[in-house]
Design a protein around this ligand. Structure first.
Ligand code: S3P
Length: 171
């Protein structure tokens, strides 16, 4: 469909934002990020929102954000928070691309990045890695089920992933 959005879903730290930026560089698309929209609306970092208002409050903001995206965003890339895929209307927002990787590879990627500490600290649900693994195991099937296209990003850099996405969309 002309003007259809591309939605990137997947686990925390898999590289949704990084791949979105690579897509913008490799195409005419522009991108927005649902966590960034929520942070700017609240004028607070996600971590602070979790600490001060709690997770249900954050999930409610995600819901509002999803409804707003459906109504207002066209022809764009939307990178999302790792739990955004649960939004009821997600299918109506656009074509869903699941960035797939193993839990181990995702952690390895975060730990090897130059700002590893920051990446771990800003994600409240990664504070406890045992709990994070449980969330990963719960979500893996659901990510697959909701997605239109699955792109494995375990061994690819963001530019290859972006090329693969564009190719699979016929662009
Ligand atoms: C979350 C993922 C985070 C952020 C919030 C909750 C999740 O986004 O939305 O901390 O439930 O998986 P990233 O996937 O960008 O880390």
């Amino acid at each position: 469909m002309e003007n259809e959005n591309i939605i990137l879903i997947g686990f925390m730290g898999v590289g949704k934002g990084t791949v979105a930026r690579a897509l913008v560089k490799n195409s005419d698309y522009f991108a927005v990020d649902t966590d960034d929209l929520i942070e700017s609306l609240e004028n607070k970092k996600i971590k602070k929102i979790f600490e001060e208002n709690g997770e249900p409050y954050f999930r409610n903001l995600e819901k509002k954000c999803a409804l707003w995206c459906e109504k207002n965003i066209r022809g764009s890339i939307i990178s999302t928070g790792g739990g955004f895929y649960k939004q009821e209307n997600i299918k109506k927002i656009g074509k869903i691309i699941y960035l797939q990787s193993t839990f181990e590879k995702i952690l390895e990627g975060i730990k090897n990045s130059p700002n590893a500490k920051k990446k771990l600290k800003k994600r409240p649900l990664l504070n406890d890695l045992n709990e994070a693994k449980k969330i990963y195991d719960q979500r893996v099937k659901e990510y697959e089920q909701v997605s239109d296209i699955i792109i494995n990003v375990e061994d690819w850099d963001e530019n290859v992933a972006a090329q693969n996405i564009l190719k699979s969309l016929g662009k």
